[in-house]
Ligand binder design. Structure first.
Ligand code: ADP
Ligand code: MG
Length: 710
């Protein structure tokens, strides 16, 4: 669920304490009238019709109206209330296993009741188990009865009343300017008229019984179309607003020219000359795009995407030296300490020889740092002597004061929350300035998602791997054949190769029977005598992690058993085999990232996906089908597309982390046409009808729109 901020932020003092139901409403994010109006039913119940008992069919859910002819508590085989009702066409027996004295009173002989439930049995004796019941009085409703998603403290009846109230009070006036109605759709009965929002909501909460329920379920009904169109438009409007706001901000113009009086080549030219390889065409292209952005006075907001191993780090290093050459600082933040450390090692190696003659350094900031070292680093950052600052989340902490932050690079950006990205942007002291932002990701964002969630982001793509890589061969193997896999590991290590073994969780979960990294480590150590088998997991103290990584990097350690901490970034070219246990528990993109850890050298590399076969072997088959995509392609984009299909955007983006308000109604795949419409309409509306646009954004996103801006 997206984070929600109440719109009227300042609470009046001495307000009475909210009831549990009111608190529950708040918890569901149902704060404003419009929130209630947009809280749509999960399904509907048809209480508009009474079915004669004689016409009840086995298995159907039906409503009947009948008189109680018998009501008694039975004790055998267990305590229950048995009631018989008769409507003149037949009788039906009702059974209640839990009941209160008040129930017995309502269900007393002679009472006329309206009952609703699932019918069991046929002509020879009909029954209902725990039907809903009430006195038969008042008119039958005209519309289907909505059933809303709710929580324990919030009874359905209370919520229904709240929604009706919200629907009456909410401002549902038209926000779409004349002439920009969303496209119409051909329904089963020809061209449908476009609905307005009020009509659409009225209908979706209380549809008339003649509606084809299928069109509500598959959301092809014009009322649904209108709602989805509005939602997509709100999202596009708020992204575009964010982009335009950013465009008004200023950023330092970072041009790759050495400061006055410093002789020699520009830093980026020196770096290019010192690298042991030449850039690929794709790397050169994205470097140009980035350099072009950085030279402008408006803040860059660019995503650099490229498959694992595509060589994003060197691109970041080149961007960093451009900023440094222009007299500014650069910060690089990575999500894990291991990854940050690898970057640090690499960047120190590349940059310190170039920076030292200018009296500049690369600083390191991480959570697990000694106080004294940290203080020293903070001083370097504050004085500006640290031209580049590499680290984990520690980089954005309050105590970290940059002298002149000109460029912020975030590796594996999807691993960071919005708040963290915002914090980094705010590290440039001057209030009206922002640093340039470069975000990097190995999980490419499929086009529909990019259009929808990252509409205000410019994207550069490295679509080519450095030469000399051998493709990784991927094999799916049932975990019943684990022994063979271990034997193969022995052979690989004997040839001087190194192996990763990835386990999904650290601790044994009894319920799920996941393999335990510690146990696996013990097993492999025993099965592979003479081979050094190391263990790495996220709960280890960071000094220990460091020591293990160092041994693996040096080649002394043959096998590294690890939880997914190695997922991002580690770079050990000699590692040529990766085994992933319980591969079925990972997302495809995650597997792809893991797999990218091998195949970095010239040796033929392989990735073995072990999948659980389960008791019946059935689970094993579905798992294998899903994993087959991994064996079929090495293309990160294709895998991301399939992953998105399987998991939906929420999980794909790690919604809770990113804080991106996910679409509640629209679906990026099925509603492509509406998305296109929203993309075309948003700029037009902002230019010509800014007030309507603002009203539309507020209606749909309330306080959440801020989260789109990071
Ligand atoms: P990723 O894009 O996954 O972050 P890295 O930046 O870690 O990839 O690069 C992977 C490896 O490829 C590193 O060892 C890096 O030094 C090397 N590399 C990068 N660019 C090139 C290139 N153009 N030619 C050869 N090797 C390269
Ligand atoms: Mg990387």
């Amino acid at each position: 669920m997206p984070p929600s901020t109440p719109p009227s932020a300042a609470p009046a003092p001495a307000r009475p304490k909210p009831s549990p139901a009111q608190q529950a409403l708040r918890k569901l994010g149902l704060v404003r009238d419009i929130d209630l109006a947009l809280h749509l039913p999960l399904r509907y119940e048809d209480e508009t019709r009474i079915t004669p008992i004689r016409a009840l069919r086995d298995g159907a859910v039906a409503q009947i109206e009948a008189t109680v002819t018998a009501c008694e508590v039975q004790l055998r085989p267990r305590r229950m209330l048995k009631v018989v009702v008769d409507d003149g066409t037949g009788t039906c027996e009702l059974t209640f296993f839990s009941f209160y004295p008040s129930h017995q009173k309502t269900l007393a002989v002679g009472a006329r009741l309206r009952l609703r439930g699932e019918v069991r049995g046929g002509f020879w004796g009909r029954q209902m188990l725990h039907p809903a019941f009430r006195k038969a009085e008042g008119e039958l409703p005209q519309a289907l009865t909505p059933v809303y998603p709710t929580v324990a403290q919030l009874p359905q009846a209370y919520l229904r009343r709240a929604v009706v109230g919200g629907l009456q009070r909410a401002d549902l006036s038209e926000t779409l300017p004349a002439g920009v109605a969303p496209p119409c759709f051909w329904g089963s009965n020809g061209l449908q008229r476009a609905w307005d929002l009020r009509e659409a909501l009225q209908f979706l909460h209380h549809p008339t019984p003649d509606v084809a329920l299928a069109t509500l379920e598959d959301q092809s009904h014009p009322a649904w179309q209108r709602l989805k169109a509005e939602e997509l438009l709100a999202q596009q409007l708020s992204q575009l607003t964010a982009k335009r706001e950013r465009d008004r901000l200023r950023a330092p113009e970072l041009r790759p020219a050495p400061p006055q009086g410093v002789p020699g080549l520009a830093l980026h030219e020196q770096l290019l000359a010192a690298l042991p390889f030449t850039l690929t065409a794709a790397q050169r292209r994205v470097c140009d795009e980035i350099a072009h952005d950085m030279a402008r006075s408006r803040p860059m907001h660019r995503l650099l995407q490229g498959d694992v191993g595509a060589g994003k780090t060197v691109v970041a290093a080149l961007a960093a030296v451009i900023a440094i050459d222009a007299g500014w600082q650069c910060a690089l933040m990575a999500p894990t300490e291991i990854l940050a450390e690898q970057h640090f090692g690499k960047l120190v190696g590349w940059l310190e020889p170039l920076l030292a003659p200018r009296g500049l350094r690369v600083a390191w900031l991480a959570g697990a740092q000694k106080k004294k070292e940290r203080a020293a680093m903070l001083a370097l950052v504050a004085s500006g002597e640290a031209a580049l600052v590499v680290g984990t989340h520690a980089v954005i902490q309050e105590q970290v004061q940059f002298a002149r932050l000109g460029l912020a690079v975030i590796d594996e950006q999807h691993r960071f929350g919005v708040a963290q990205r915002l914090a980094l942007r705010q590290k440039l002291q001057d209030q009206r300035m922002e640093p340039h932002m470069l975000m990097m990701s190995a999980t490419p964002i499929p086009r529909t998602l990019a259009m929808s969630y990252y509409a205000d982001l410019d994207v550069s793509t490295i679509d080519e791997l450095p030469p000399g890589r051998t493709p990784v061969v991927t094999k799916l193997i049932a975990d019943s054949r684990k022994d063979e896999v271990i034997a193969r590991i022995g052979a690989q290590v004997a040839q001087g190769r190194q192996v990763y073994w990835v386990c999904p969780l650290i601790e044994e979960s009894e319920a799920l029977d996941l393999s335990n990294a510690t146990a696996t480590h013990a097993d492999l150590s025993e099965a592979l005598p003479g081979v050094q088998v190391g263990l790495l997991h996220s709960r280890m103290p960071s000094a220990e992690k460091k020591a293990v990584m160092a041994q693996f990097t040096s080649g002394a350690m043959g096998v590294l058993v690890s939880t997914t901490v190695i997922e991002v970034g580690v770079d050990v070219p000699n590692a040529s085999l990766m085994v992933i246990e319980h591969a079925e528990r990972f997302g495809l993109s995650q597997l792809h990232q893991l797999r990218g850890r091998v195949g970095r050298g010239a040796a033929a590399s392989a990735c073995v996906l072990l999948y659980a076969t389960g008791e019946s072997g059935r689970l094993g088959e579905t798992a294998r089908d899903r994993l087959r995509a991994m064996a079929e392609t090495n293309d990160g984009f294709e895998i991301a597309r399939r992953d998105l299909e399987i998991r939906g955007p929420g999980e794909f983006l790690g919604a809770r982390q990113s804080g991106a308000p996910l679409l509640r109604f629209a679906d990026l795949e099925t509603d492509k046409a509406l998305l296109e419409w929203a993309r075309e309409t948003a700029p037009l509306m902002l230019d010509r009808h800014p007030a309507l646009a603002q009203r539309h954004i507020t209606r749909w996103l309330g306080g959440k729109s801020d989260f789109l801006k990071a």
